[in-house]
Design a protein around this ligand. Sequence first.
Ligand SMILES: [Zn+2]
Length: 403
Amino acid sequence: MRVRYVARGLGAMMLAIGPLGAQQPGGARGASATVKDGEECPPGMTEVRPRSCRAPEMPAPSIVDYRPRSTLVTAGHKVPKAKYPAIDFHGHPGSQMTNAVELEQMGAEMDAMNLGLMVTANNTSGEALKRQAALVKASLKMKDRVRILAGVDFRNVGPGWAAKAVAQLEADVAAGAVGIGEIGKGLGLSYRKADGTRLRIDDPDLDPVWDAAARLKLPVFIHTADPQEFWQEINYTNERWLELALFPGRRYPADKNPSFEELMTERDNLFRKHRGTTFVTAHMGWHANDLGRLGRMFDEMPNLNTEVGAVLYDIGRQPRGAHDFFVKYQDRILFGKDSYQPEEYPYYWRVFETRDEYFDYYRGYHAFWKLYGIDLPDSVLKKVYYQNALRITRTLPQAGWPR
Ligand SMILES: [Zn+2]
């Protein structure tokens, strides 16, 4: 039986969706409705002709269960090994940095995907950094395949903090650190100063650390905020709905957090104020969905670079725009992966190196779309894979890379 009714517009629809995406009503299978121009169909229905909505005859699957098999027949090229040896500037190995056997095992995995060098961005400092540097140095296979970024401890910033932080940084450099990072999103989002106020990213109390980085020629690798959708209402228009529903800790309710734009402003103030310091904004600064914005930052801030970890879903959904962006800013982009999962790196090689179309991304909850190759020229691949990292990080092993 067909139930026919006319939707009462957007207000009625929003009411029906409810908070956090409660079950769609959709009770009336095969029901239909008409809407006015510009109105959306009621929940559970889709527009089958202009202004004409219909509900499926069968229960609709949730987005968790709907996994359509693509019938597209087109040439595809898996790329298990990068075309040129790559430097992972956003490395997060775990027990590999404390266990000699696992370290060598990581070397075998790196060989298999042509990852030439792992830069660990685990915020390591002090004794832990010394132990890890010694472990790497002791391995014949790995002594030139891993380098370590130093961490900065942002707890209790206040009088006397900076002198201690700079002294620790100098000690970490003496122990082998090649840069600073990863400065995490806690800077801006969660750290409190000794006086209890929020530690702003551009707080002048931190200036001596950025100045020391310039003096010691250390790149500063910094992750600020998170994808902007994490600040938005979790409704069915949010393109990160599934991720936010799976990981409650990724939501940033407006009443408890600085806004996305507030954090971006503080971050950009930092980059502008310290022109002599080389910064690498992680995850393409969370602007991979707005490359024009990142391009304007590059144009304005010659000390700024970026890294591509965990935003492949945005690069690969705009293959033409991303190709042009990578070519234009080829001296400013570094390869980085973030979480260490050897089976995920080849997705990056495939996006960067091929013209493949409409292929899967490695994490379904990040993206409800497929990826496309951006087909970078060899000269750009070399810069992104290793030349840019070598240039901004003088103490990386400089020998043995393809010319
Ligand atoms: Zn990271």
